[in-house]
Design a protein around this ligand. Structure first.
Ligand SMILES: [Zn+2]
Length: 603
């Protein structure tokens, strides 16, 4: 990889930043032995298999195989590029970098795509500024201001949440765009709509504006609520290159630090619910934007907490949405609980009527997901007849199966049995016998690469991986390994690539550390392979490294000679079939040499 950031600067940033500190911003880590462990942010799990090594400055997940150093961690979790995360960390650590330029590695298309996105971001920013002005200052915005005021939202909150008003008339925003190019792009971003006669009108005209931001706080979409009058209650931005509907949670950019410190998020359905809770001091709140909670949104939340409290409307639509959300959250390894509100209330009206303390009481007293589901299902139950009970058990068991932690699952089984007044084994047998369903995959797919690969490992593979681990641990082993040329011409293409990069680092006379090596690797697959080898190689630290290296070297040499011998045997058979006597003689001689070499090695 080549970027406009000099290698020594990258090294400085890497060395100054602590991987444990950086990861801790996203994952709660606990020290166990030499390493730190926590719940993996990249796949759903309830038992920690995500491991961070402070000494080696790398991370590795035994569940999904994810691995790398501090930079690859940030790239993966923030979805950003290498230069972007290096620059961010440099700023944190006070390392000065040369002027930002477009990284050399980007293709023309990538650069164009980035430019396009930047333009859309700037259009949203421009629109948000205009709408905020229209809300705060324009005479036309009086009705919108009154609406917010009547809900207890003053200018301070409006500023913090970038609230706005779309303006009277049809074209407050489109009129500010002077060029056709900008109008086209604004249409592309969903801000304006092309009329039949060729003109453009504002999508969000005459509406209250709720800007939706990405995790970095950039506006990527708007939610527009009608002030009064006719028309649909809500109008939202369509999807665009900067906005995918099910991937964003309203308010997460602001709430994320509170969610992390509380270890819990409150999930509401609407913008006004969220603002009402904030007004009353409940800050760890996000809203699902009126659509059913998606897996992507659940996994996004999981980066910051492992518990989610659902606070939905008390009507049947709210209950249905809560049931669906519970299923999604359980499937992603998050513990959901549900707050029930008095009939006729939504979070906004409840907190406005009863105040913060009453709301906090409700949140504290939220029922576990299973109790909530059972309560809901029991409501519709007609009788105590065996067939009704059986139906109920069949309906409830899929939810119990989703409980990831086996102890918690068993306790849930017990609880369900108690509530239904049936024998525990009856529930247990319905829950456990079948294979547990596949968990929802994360943003990408959940890979079991780490574990699957292990099973089939041959003696040679183990020896090779041991050589890599030892070399990256012990300078003297590295010297020996480099001298022996063991990293060159490896059969395993992935290991071959890693080996080649070790050679590159040492040729440049740079420190061959696991973390430095990670930056040179070409892809995640290589990084994952290396992190797995290194984290597992921990045990090797206790042994006599050079002696183990010699053993491995012998195994590898032996195996490579054996392979060569087999290849020659094949060619020999071929030559014999063809009657090529000259070739036969040559090959026999070569084979003899190999056999001798093997004998010498064994001696
Ligand atoms: Zn994982």
């Amino acid at each position: 990889m080549s970027y406009n950031i000099p290698d020594d600067k990258i090294e400085e940033v890497r060395e100054r930043s602590s991987i444990v500190d950086v990861v801790s911003r996203y994952v709660t880590l606990k020290k166990t032995g030499r390493n730190f462990v926590g719940l993996c942010p990249f796949h759903s799990e309830k038992t920690p298999s995500f491991t961070v090594s402070e000494e080696k400055e790398i991370f590795h997940c035994f569940g999904c195989g994810a691995g790398g150093n501090v930079f690859s961690f940030l790239m993966k979790i923030e979805g950003r590029s290498f230069p972007e995360v290096v620059r961010d960390l440099a700023e944190n650590e006070g390392v000065e970098l040369p002027e930002d330029k477009v990284p050399l590695v980007k293709s023309k298309e990538e650069v164009l795509c980035d430019e396009h996105k930047d333009l859309l971001h700037s259009l949203y920013e421009k629109a948000a500024e205009l709408y905020s002005r229209l809300l705060m200052k324009s005479p036309d915005g009086a009705a919108a201001r009154d609406y917010f005021k009547s809900r207890g939202i003053g200018s301070e909150m409006a500023k913090k949440w970038l609230l706005g008003y779309g303006g009277l008339g049809w074209s407050s925003f489109s009129e500010t765009l002077k060029s056709q190019k900008l109008l086209d792009q604004a249409e592309n971003a969903g801000l304006v709509i092309k009329g039949r006669k060729g003109g453009y009108y504002d999508r969000f005209r005459e509406r209250l504006i709720f800007p939706i931001c990405d995790l970095r706080g950039r506006v990527v979409a708007f939610g527009g609520r009608i002030v009064d009058g006719n028309g649909p209650k809500y109008v939202n931005s369509p999807e665009s290159p900067i906005y995918t509907k099910g991937n964003v949670l309203y308010g997460l950019n602001i709430a994320k630090s509170d969610i992390r410190s509380e270890g819990e998020a409150v999930l509401v359905e609407g913008y006004m619910d969220l603002l009402a809770l904030n007004r009353h001091g409940v800050k760890n709140v996000v809203a699902s934007l009126g659509t059913a909670l998606t897996k992507a949104q659940a996994l996004l939340l999981k980066r910051f907490c492992s518990k989610v409290v659902l606070l939905f409307d008390s009507d049947s639509a709210g209950i249905k949405a809560a049931l669906r959300a519970v299923e999604v959250l359980l499937g992603c390894g998050i513990s959901p609980s549900v707050v029930t509100l008095p009939a006729g209330d939504d979070p906004d009206s409840f907190v406005n009527k009863n105040g913060e303390d009453a709301l906090r009481e409700r949140i504290k007293g939220s029922s576990s997901a299973i109790e909530f589901i059972l309560g809901e299902k029991l409501k519709d139950r007609l009788s105590d007849s065996p067939s009704d009970k059986a139906t109920l058990i069949r309906e409830i068991t899929p939810f119990v199966r989703l409980v990831d932690d086996s102890l918690e699952r068993k306790l849930t089984v017990k609880r369900v049995a108690e509530i239904l007044a049936v024998d525990e084994t009856l529930i247990a047998e319905t829950v456990e016998p079948s294979a547990r369903p596949q968990k929802f995959a994360g943003k990408g797919e959940v890979k079991t690469a780490g574990r699957g690969r292990e099973k089939k490992k041959t003696k040679t593979q183990v020896a090779l991986e041991t050589v890599f681990a030892l070399s990256l641990w012990h300078g003297d082993v590295l010297d020996e390994a480099l001298k022996s040329g063991i990293f060159r011409d490896l059969k395993d293409p992935e290991m071959g690539q890693i080996g080649q990069k070790i050679e590159v680092l040492s040729e440049k006379e740079r420190a061959v550390t696991p973390s430095a090596l990670m930056d040179l690797l070409d892809n995640d697959s290589q990084r994952e392979r290396l992190s797995a080898i290194l984290i597992k190689g921990d045990v090797l630290k206790e042994c006599s490294p050079l002696a183990v290296f010699r053993d491995c070297e012998r195994i590898l040499k032996e195996s490579s000679l054996l392979e060569r011998e087999l290849a020659i045997t094949d060619r020999l058979n071929d030559a014999l079939n063809r009657g090529d006597e000259k070739e036969v003689a040559l090959l026999l001689e070569e084979k003899q040499k190999i056999i001798q070499a093997r004998k010498n090695d064994l001696a």
